[in-house]
Write a protein of this length. Structure first.
Length: 376
């Protein structure tokens, strides 16, 4: 089948990685399709999308920040509509040349001018919402969408549209994540030992200082423990500071193993060796935890728009797959208590969490979405 599909999305991993999963699936199963991606000038997309053989175009846009003073709010609104108009004209020009059959919006403010131009030109649009609570942009454009794909089954109640439009697909994940169970566990590669209770901690692609400091502070308590090990992915911006400030811990020859990395691209290998994840609650992370069946300690980022990370984390906690710790309550004492709870009585609590299955893990999200994109 030959179709022209335009995909647009913001520059963060939360929007891009699900888009890449869909791109992978389309290229593997519908090689005659033409794909075009419209994204931001900044962010990961400009580097990642072309690696998948997809043309990447940029248009002007900006977000709309309203939780500020009246004067700043007015300036933000003026700025938003100025860039929206310019981005609309750029998108219109791109679409005149590409002539897409359908437009898939993955979220992020870049979608505002692109979807607006697509609606003006009479193109079919569909949306994907990664988070439990829909973003303002997806809520607005939902009335114009043919389909709205949701990552959490309960998200449909937040859209004021016909339920027939809303399809539960889960959050698309790259093939590498789905295949992580087939990877041979490699502990030595990361300076770890096979047989220990392995905890992986990270705070998203940029890292999270509070998570980093909390994990580092676990060392003094566990330094005599030869049954546990922790790998911390601290984020590139914090790495040099940690390596200098915690040199005595990093070079320690104690029984406890603590390894620090700035970033690891082979995250599927890390998931394969992890018993427990400590992380923020971005939609991708939640979906990857579900897919890879890893019990977790989840700390939602408290300043996320509409507090959406809390609702992502709460979903996983209600399913029994995670223990939710709010950022204001995060400290080493809290995490120590949870770790000890998980491993006591021959890891009873851990095994209970491990044995819980969530239906989302079995959905071929990219396949379901693609099948709808291919409809006439």
């Amino acid at each position: 089948m030959r179709k022209k599909i335009l995909i647009c999305g913001g520059g963060t991993g939360g929007h891009l990685y699900p888009a890449l999963a869909i791109i992978e699936y389309i290229k593997d199963n519908y090689p005659l399709c033409e794909l075009l991606f419209i994204g931001t000038e900044r962010g990961l997309g400009r580097e990642l999308i072309p690696q998948y053989g997809v043309n990447y175009k940029m248009v002007k846009s900006c977000g709309l920040i309203l939780d500020v003073s009246i004067s700043r709010k007015i300036l933000n609104i003026i700025k938003f509509f100025y860039w929206l108009t310019l981005g609309f004209l750029q998108s219109f020009k791109i679409m005149l040349k590409f002539k897409p059959d359908i437009i898939l919006g993955m979220g992020g403010y870049i979608c505002a001018p692109v979807l607006s131009a697509g609606i003006f030109m009479g193109r079919k649009i569909v949306l994907h919402e990664q988070n439990y609570i829909p973003g303002r942009l997806n809520n607005f454009f939902s009335r114009f969408a043919r389909y709205i794909f949701i990552s959490f089954g309960d998200t449909d109640k937040y859209f004021k549209v016909k339920k027939s439009k809303i399809i539960f697909t889960g959050n698309p994940l790259r093939k590498a994540i789905g295949q992580s169970k087939n990877i041979k566990p490699e502990f030595k590669k990361w300076g770890l030992e096979k047989g220990r209770f392995t905890i992986i901690a990270f705070g998203g692609s940029l890292g999270a200082e509070k998570i980093n400091n909390t994990v580092i502070n676990l060392y003094n308590y566990f330094k005599g423990n030869d049954k546990i090990q922790i790998l911390l992915i601290c984020g590139s911006r914090f790495y040099n500071q940690l390596m200098k400030g915690e040199k005595n811990i990093i070079e320690s020859k104690g029984k406890f193993i603590l390894k620090i990395f700035p970033y690891i691209s082979e995250i599927q290998e890390i998931y394969r060796i992890s018993d427990v994840i400590i992380s923020r609650a971005g939609a991708n992370t939640i979906s990857e935890i579900i897919k890879c069946n890893i019990p977790s300690i989840i700390i939602p980022y408290p300043y996320a728009v509409a507090n959406h990370q809390f609702y992502n984390a709460d979903f996983l906690a209600r399913k029994g797959k995670a223990i939710l710790v709010e950022d204001k309550d995060l400290n080493e004492e809290k995490i120590i208590k949870i770790i000890e709870l998980l491993i006591k009585d021959d890891r009873k609590r851990y095994k209970e969490m491990k044995n819980i299955e969530i239906r989302d893990a079995k959905i071929n999200s990219a396949g379901v979405i693609t099948s709808k994109l291919m409809e006439n």
